[in-house]
Design a protein around this ligand. Structure first.
Ligand SMILES: Nc1ncnc2c1ncn2[C@@H]1O[C@H](COP(=O)(O)OP(=O)(O)OP(=O)(O)O)[C@@H](O)[C@H]1O
Length: 299
């Protein structure tokens, strides 16, 4: 774990002009962002906006076509293994291996992570207790519920005690009780001085959980906001405006709509037109009613 004093001192993640295309399809169109160490950051965007692509590049699974990135001071393009050694990763909808029990899976992860057996046992006990699935440690993974499998995957992502974790859609398909447990775990982890980078298309999750939210639209970061500092404005309103949503198509925007909305390419976004608070990151920083200007350089 990172020493508590490190929080906010440096950026855990920096990207500059990340671009990625799959054939003719542009998934990332120059994504620039900074995430300070010690922040619980959420990348929020509609389906297909480029969130998973961003995480895959930052975790060294995918090479960008252009642009630069630094993760805990390591370049994920030059040294993808170095990044993966330092961070925890929980991809969307990942399940533990069907032919193992959780305990066997953690032993496997521990050996890959070069952890001794005592350390693995102690950490597994702590995490299983914390997430409330200790009685299932020797049950086949296929016999676990979806929520229990997600808890196993969370434990695996945290097993080597990384300073930074990437989690793609952390609460998808989890019941409200498990969601609250996972939120608490992520907040506690942040409170210990570590960094969380999550992606979601769920505005309520982003608003409730994240210190700061970056809204991504068609492969570009169009604004960042601190949900706690929004005042009367709702993150939903900011999201709908920034992604250029066709609000006429929404039956009732105030009823939690927004996830999965279609983007209109040229409508309603002020991408790139607002004040650029830090001048260096090149993206629009939104009005921040929080403790100070949201420059992306501190919490
Ligand atoms: N391997 C691939 N080959 C071709 N196209 C891809 C590939 N991976 C992603 N894409 C496309 O790139 C775009 C961005 O995808 P990405 O998965 O990064 O979006 P996302 O914001 O994570 O979406 P979601 O919220 O639906 O998971 C989408 O249009 C997607 O169809």
């Amino acid at each position: 774990m990172a020493p508590a004093g490190d929080a906010g001192d440096v950026n855990a993640i920096t990207t500059e002009g990340l671009r990625k295309s799959y054939g003719d399809l542009t998934a990332l169109a120059g994504l620039t962002l900074d995430v300070p160490a010690g922040e619980l950051f959420g990348l929020l965007g509609p389906n297909g906006a480029g969130k998973s692509t961003t995480i895959r590049i930052l975790t060294g699974q995918l090479r960008p076509d252009a642009g630069t990135a630094s993760v805990l001071g390591v370049d994920p393009v030059d040294d993808p293994v170095g990044v993966r050694e330092r961070v925890g990763v929980l991809p969307e909808q990942e399940s533990p291996p069907s032919f193992m029990t959780p305990r066997e899976y953690f032993d496997f992860v521990g050996s890959v992570r070069d952890l001794d057996a005592e350390t693995v046992d102690a950490r597994v006990e702590t995490w299983a207790d914390r997430l409330g699935y200790g009685a299932k440690l020797d049950t086949m993974n296929t016999d676990l519920s979806r929520g229990q499998q997600q808890k196993v995957m969370i434990t695996a992502a945290f097993l080597h005690d990384p300073d930074l974790v990437f989690i793609d859609e952390p609460l998808a398909n989890l019941d409200p009780i498990v969601q609250e447990t996972v939120k608490r775990v992520l907040r506690d982890y942040r409170d210990d001085g570590n960094t969380v980078f999550l992606s979601t298309h769920d505005i309520d999750v982003a608003a409730d959980l994240c210190d700061r939210v970056g809204i991504v639209r068609e492969g570009e970061l169009v604004t960042t906001r601190r949900p706690a500092g929004l005042g009367e404005e709702r993150l939903l309103d900011v999201f709908l405006r920034e992604v250029g949503a066709d609000t006429d198509a929404l039956d009732d925007a105030s009823g939690g709509a927004g996830a999965g909305v279609e983007t209109g390419a040229d409508e309603g976004s002020d991408a790139g037109e607002g004040s650029d608070a830090d001048g260096a990151t090149g993206h629009t920083e939104g009005t921040d009613a929080g403790p100070g200007p949201d420059t992306g350089a501190g919490r």
